[in-house]
Design a protein around this ligand. Structure first.
Ligand SMILES: NC(=O)c1ccc[n+]([C@@H]2O[C@H](COP(=O)([O-])OP(=O)(O)OC[C@H]3O[C@@H](n4cnc5c(N)ncnc54)[C@H](O)[C@@H]3O)[C@@H](O)[C@H]2O)c1
Length: 367
């Protein structure tokens, strides 16, 4: 009877579906065995409440003589017991400590793969902000050489000198505007001559315009932003990708996009920036598909609101309060919050990862 009534309900629902034919709905209906499995777990889910009074534990400890000893005990469970939540610690360590070869050789295989040991890394926009901190992270994670491409001569020189001074690694700065294909090609060839073909490109150079309504957006400004954020990602990837292909080297390209490529920010209007970053994400996916055959991986990092100079504009102060209130972690990202992800995507630990867009936003896009 119950089965008959269920069938009737399915038939009447199917009648309400304008585009699905009845045989298609029948084909999709679960078999008797599947329905039994679903209803069985449903029945248990309602009645079963897990309330253990103790947690059995086994602890294995190496003893100094090399033999493993084990201990068994139980932890009593007290209903409603809670551990107090500590305030998050704020760490500020500006040192750059490069991974030494002898330390690398002693590391477990998993951690070795998570390093960028011996890799030549080009970072655009590395003169300041997120790019600069990702450059430091790559230096700490074992890079053989770091090359900063940036349009800002003074900041770029200063950043390269500082990173070399702090890490002792070979670091170069090349004044390159990511809109200039010829300059990029010349600079990438120079990297090949100096250090060998690049293993990694981190493309962080970018600009943002916000609080501009689409109906009054100056077309010249629109074109300029697209040229830097999107065409710049293409020109850089093309030049570095060609160098990797010519050397027959596997490589990793990391494009810094933005969560704005997947969502529309609130409350500021910034259609051009959002469109540019959506373009970067789709460009990255297309490139990943095309270049997998060359063993070149392409992934995007999509940050949420980050506490960098890009956002340190007095006009944005009021909006920052709204951004924080819409972020589950209730803060802007720190300038080094992309570091771990950048190193991971650059490293061989992510060797089966290509065409991904990883959002790193304190939870902003959850709401
Ligand atoms: N800060 C954020 O909240 C945020 C959020 C999401 C995505 N992003 C993206 O992260 C990247 C870095 O942002 P940031 O906050 O570190 O910015 P930033 O302004 O601090 O640094 C950007 C760097 O790019 C360089 N640059 C700009 N135009 C260039 C050009 N045409 N050619 C070469 N270099 C150029 C600048 O000189 C600067 O050193 C950008 O692509 C940005 O869109 C930032």
């Amino acid at each position: 009877m119950v089965a008959a009534a269920r069938t009737m309900r399915m038939v009447s629902r199917a009648a309400a579906l304008p585009r699905l034919s009845l045989p298609a709905v029948r084909a999709a209906a679960p078999s008797v065995a599947q329905r039994a499995a679903f209803s069985t777990s449903g029945r248990y889910r309602k009645s079963e409440v897990i309330k253990e009074t103790e947690v059995p534990v086994t602890v294995y400890t190496p003893d100094p003589k090399g033999a493993a000893s084990s201990e068994h005990f139980s932890i009593p469970v007290q209903p409603g017991s809670q551990v107090p939540v500590p305030e998050p610690a704020v760490e500020e360590d500006e040192n750059v400590n490069p991974l030494e070869e002898k330390v690398y050789n002693q590391m477990p295989r998993t951690l070795q793969k998570m390093s960028v040991m011996g890799k030549v890394i080009i970072i655009t926009g590395g003169a300041r902000g997120l790019g600069n901190h990702m450059a430091r992270a790559c230096a700490e994670a074992g890079a053989k050489a770091i090359v900063i491409f940036d349009a800002n001569q003074d900041l770029g020189d200063e950043a390269a000198a500082e990173l070399h001074h702090k890490s002792g690694l070979p670091v170069s700065f090349m004044k390159v505007d990511v809109r200039d294909g010829n300059a990029i090609n010349a600079a990438v060839q120079n990297v090949v001559d100096l250090y060998g073909a690049p293993d990694v490109l981190v493309n962080s150079a970018g600009i943002a315009d916000s609080n501009i309504k689409a109906e009054t957006y100056d077309p010249a400004m629109f074109r300029r932003l697209i040229d830097i954020n999107l065409t710049g990602s293409f020109l850089m990837s093309q030049a570095v990708g060609r160098a990797m292909m010519a050397a027959g080297k596997p490589g990793s390209i990391v494009l810094v996009a933005s969560m704005s490529g997947s969502i529309v920010n609130y409350p500021q209007e910034q259609s051009c920036y959002n469109a540019s970053k959506a373009g970067v994400i789709q460009f990255g996916k297309s490139l990943a598909a095309e270049w997998a055959k060359y063993n070149i991986r392409v992934n995007c990092i999509s940050p949420g609101y980050m506490d960098t100079a890009l956002n340190k504009v007095p006009a944005l102060d009021a909006q920052k309060k709204i951004w924080k209130s819409l972020t589950p972690q209730a803060r802007l990202g720190a300038v080094d919050d992309l570091n771990g992800l950048c190193v991971f995507l650059a490293s061989d630990a992510s060797s089966f990862m290509t065409g991904s867009n990883v959002i790193i936003d304190g939870g902003y896009t959850l709401y």
